[in-house]
Design a protein around this ligand. Structure first.
Ligand code: GUN
Ligand code: ZN
Length: 437
């Protein structure tokens, strides 16, 4: 007999894209909802009373006024940067050279990579993130370390070997051929293995020769079901550098397109300082942009035009960009996205913020039919939010008139303390090093 688990609480449900039409038509919260889990998947989402009546044999976990959400999906992280998060005082290129590259060299040691992968994934789960798309380092063993640690935890993840054959220090460069060969070996090993998917990963145009970009473009053409992730137009100095390195390119995006690295299943992190032509090309090709708001303020990159890109129907994901971002928390990330949008004259609704951190990110990773939504058939990765987790939040929600007014303070002021439980493929995960209750 299959065991069924019934979670009761307030359920976050989505039916469409709340950024391209009225959010009311796309998202709702059922304040007395329920999620029935069977064999690691969501079997039904309905009123709690209905589910109780129809499934009396199910084991019930009643979350009361907690919000049952799809597990958070972090669409752009660098797990190797876990130990250097919150490093002081540098902008992008200096930050890479001062903090990031020396740390990434340390992941040449497979034992260190395994330790950091485990640390990162446990931190992510503690913060309610059940899926992420991560860069590894140039070392193939750092990819194995990540996917093995994710498999141990039952998590759906995406990752790839970061490729760099120039403008990186000794010990952190590959070659055209080794980048191609190693990426190919890794994608054969991992893409579609368990819950893993592979992303071909040129770090960004300044650290790849045109030949390396072309080799990775060829590899993607051979394996078009893989994702391709990279960085785009994060800081003005970086863009000037790219112009000098690729004088024949029309713009930064063109350095990727000219080498076969633009199209559906491409993910461009940051994408802040875009030209109108770049926006047009992104919109025409179906590539996704990943918004990294805590990173964009922390490293001093700028204010991305989320509303403008959404209006062009460019698929959008949301991400911490650990460790350029200043937090592992997708709640902190939603708060930063809200604040940046405010500075640009748009007020993102809490429905839009949670959707971006779940369904939107999942869709940008082409996993939108497997995770990121509470609906029958989806994998049962769930994050349960306590909407009154701290005294500061509780005193605000005590005053709330509507469900969205109850939710919003947790998005603005919440962190890992708001994560009441996390379910991965239908199993409750122990949080904060403890035992699952
Ligand atoms: N651009 C190239 N590499 C990186 C990185 O590791 N982090 C960020 N934020 N931007 C980058
Ligand atoms: Zn990044």
């Amino acid at each position: 007999m299959t065991t069924q688990t019934l979670l009761l609480g307030q359920t976050f449900e989505s039916f469409g894209n709340p950024l391209t039409g009225p959010w009311q038509d796309a998202v709702r919260i059922n304040t007395s909802g329920g999620v029935l889990i069977e064999n690691g998947r969501i079997a039904r989402v309905a009123d709690g009373d209905t589910l109780r009546r129809d499934h009396p044999q199910a084991a019930v976990q009643d979350y009361g006024a907690h919000l049952i959400c799809p597990g958070f999906v972090d669409a752009h992280v660098h797990y190797p940067q876990t130990a250097i998060i919150a490093s002081w005082g540098k902008q992008l290129i200096d930050w890479l050279n001062t903090y990031t590259f020396p740390e990434e060299i340390r992941l040449a040691d497979p034992a260190y990579a395994r330790m950091i992968a485990a640390r990162y994934l446990d931190l992510a789960l503690d913060h309610g993130t059940t899926t992420m798309c991560s860069y590894a380092t140039i070392h193939p063993t750092s990819v194995d370390a990540f996917f093995e640690a994710a498999a141990e935890r039952g998590m759906r993840t995406v990752a790839g070997k970061t490729c760099m054959d120039r403008n990186a220090p000794d010990g952190l460069r590959d070659t055209v051929q080794s980048a191609y060969d190693d990426s190919k070996t890794l994608l054969h090993r991992w893409h579609g293995t368990g819950r893993a998917s592979y992303a071909i990963t040129p770090r960004f145009s300044p650290t790849s020769t045109p030949d390396q970009l072309a080799a990775l473009g060829a590899l993607w053409a051979e394996h078009p079901d893989c994702l391709m992730q990279t960085h785009l137009s994060e800081q003005p100095d970086e863009i000037t550098w790219v112009r000098g390195l690729f004088p024949e390119a029309r713009d930064y995006l063109d350095t990727y397109e000219a080498h076969g690295l633009l199209g559906p299943r491409a993910l461009f992190g940051h994408a802040i300082h875009l030209t109108p032509r770049e926006v047009d090309r992104l919109a025409e090709t179906g590539a996704a942009v990943v918004h990294c708001p805590t990173s964009n303020t922390f490293i001093g990159s700028g204010l991305m035009d989320l509303a403008g890109l959404a209006a062009r129907r460019i698929p959008l994901g949301l991400a911490t960009d650990t460790g350029g971002g200043s937090s592992f928390s997708m709640l902190r990330t939603m708060a930063a996205a809200y604040e940046i949008a405010q500075l640009r004259g748009t007020s993102l609704h809490p429905a839009q913020l949670i959707w971006l951190a779940t369904t939107g990110s999942a869709q940008s990773l082409y996993l939108g039919d497997q995770i990121g939504t509470l609906a029958a058939g989806f994998e049962a990765d769930l994050t349960i939010l306590d909407l009154a987790a701290t005294p500061a939040i509780a005193q605000r929600t005590a005053n709330a008139d509507t469900i969205w007014e109850t939710v919003f303070p947790t998005l603005m002021m919440g962190d890992d303390r708001a994560i009441a439980d996390v379910w991965v493929a239908g199993h409750k995960r122990p949080l904060r090093g403890g035992k699952a209750s």
